[in-house]
Design a protein around this ligand. Sequence first.
Ligand SMILES: [Zn+2]
Length: 672
Amino acid sequence: MTNPLLAPWEGAFALPPFAAIRDEDFGPAFEVALTEARAHIAAIAANPEAPTFANVIEAMEQAEGALDRVSGVFYNLSSADSTPAREALMRDLAPKMAAFASEVTMNRPLFERVAALWEGRAGLGLTPEQARVLELYYKMFIRLGAALEGEAATRMSAIKERLAVLSTAFSQNLLADERDWFRPLSEEDLEGLPDFVVAAAREAGKERGAAGPVLTLSRSLIVPFLQFSPRRDLREIAYEAWTARGANGGETDNRANAAEILALREERAKLLGYASFADYKLEPEMAKTPAHVRDLLMRVWAPAKARAEADAEKLTEMMHAEGGNGVLEPWDWRYYSEKRRVAEHDFDEGQLKPYLSLEAMLGAMFDTAHRLFHLDFRPLEGPFYHPDVRGWEVTRGGRHVAVFLGDYFARGSKRSGAWCSAMRSQKKLGGEVRPIVVNVCNFAKGDPALLSYDDARTLFHEFGHALHQMLSDVTYQFVSGTSVARDFVELPSQLYEHWMEVPEVLEKHARHWKTGAPMPKDLLDKLLAASTYDQGFATVEYVASAMVDLAFHEGAAPADPMAKQAEVLAEMGLPHAIRMRHATPHFSHVFSGDGYSSGYYSYMWSEVMDADAFAAFEEAGSPFDPATAERLEKFILSKGGSRPADEEWLDFRGKMPGVEALLKGRGLLEEA
Ligand SMILES: [Zn+2]
């Protein structure tokens, strides 16, 4: 019997034959696909002909066709609908895929052919997209150390190996600290806590085998405890335990790991010829240099700090009015802030939900895409990979654009969170290929399914990523869709969230699922006002973390990261009652792998751009201004990574973004 993953997919839209695929097909399909990819790469490296763009770069683009197809299906299923067999295969595949990737990037003859093209690039007659793809391939090899020889190459491999060990240790230590700490709560200790917190504490007690309720360091328990417990003594104990994760001494202490990781990163960057790790890391990003990152963060810092200080005074007054003494401490902030929120902005989420059914919000999301980009959505018959998955054909003017799959409900087999993935990416090399794009969320199932406000934002967010994939119009898969700089990739998704809050979108679509009545005006107003509440605090704790991350990776690595952290925060003048969102010993973004090292700023960078991009529509007079929508598609959504992010941005907007739109969005403009 032929393996359905490897046979040609001849059904509608060349979708994977979901109904025919069995778990036991994946292992053999990966074996065949990896063998085929290896043979293709070996042939490209050993080609006796002189290197050309076609026989090196285009050949590499096509070397992993079968592997892409099999991976596209498998990695989607293993995240969205896992089974023990799929989990076992994931563990089995991880080292095999990593080994293959490093074989390619450490293949000396292959690198020499890429390098020869790069050196002769001026004479190759390349299109702008081809020139960009060649540059990205060449830099990928260089940045991974392919050009190093002798001792430097040996040292580089040793550094990579050691960093992998250290970052795993960092995560595991953190998990151990989070798992091990708990504090029994007496019935008196539960005073003032809402039912859901009490229930969670009792549940946690059962899990730990304790006699009664306990407090743990799980974010979903400790944060509401800090918000609601009137017991200042307990809040202090809880807060100090929470912020001491990774810094408790003994075997799970992460401070020495952090210092060693920073030193090795600096050495790695220097081996590759960069002044610092931050210079290395930021080079391919839109921000490009540490100075640009610092400049952005500091422009946001001053107004955020001013707001936080004014808020601290208000909260201190509330505390004193209640008979509390002394200064407002970090374990007091959430408690008094919650009281103030209830007094100033309260509304019941339960009142909101009937207006936010999944069907209504899907309607809003598709209607917005129709008004902006003239896209139409036609429901498709399944079956897809799970009975809950729904599919649509996306067309424009009757022409096929993409297949869009929505997998919206939580289930035990799905990992948490929400994401967008392309089961197949858009490309034109070797014939036009249109994408299959999946949005996966974890909404509660219901009849009808009613979303929270956050859920509805998530729905729009992931669909913004999906549009980036579906509207992609490039030749090479290497730069297709969301294959862009990390500090640029959240722009389309965060931007799309803005349309959900456009009053005319809510008025038209946010209708009561049963009566069809529009959302009451006062509810809508309260909702929009609440979105800027306590943004001084949120911005300050975030920027403090981002600045420490940046300082760690610029210049010489600090021998004592904790001392460096204290120095940076003192220089910034961090308000007394606020600490870093993530302190060094538990700053996973930075130390559990490389993903956000000297990159924690990128959340805010993207927010600056999405706020400024939406402002472009407002300045043009309408959130649906056709000319602005056309520019957004032409210069950003269709271009993928085929041009540098800053050039795409400048074509769209004409100038680099200021921070004003972000400050306005966070309600901090009056402080600026
Ligand atoms: Zn996102």
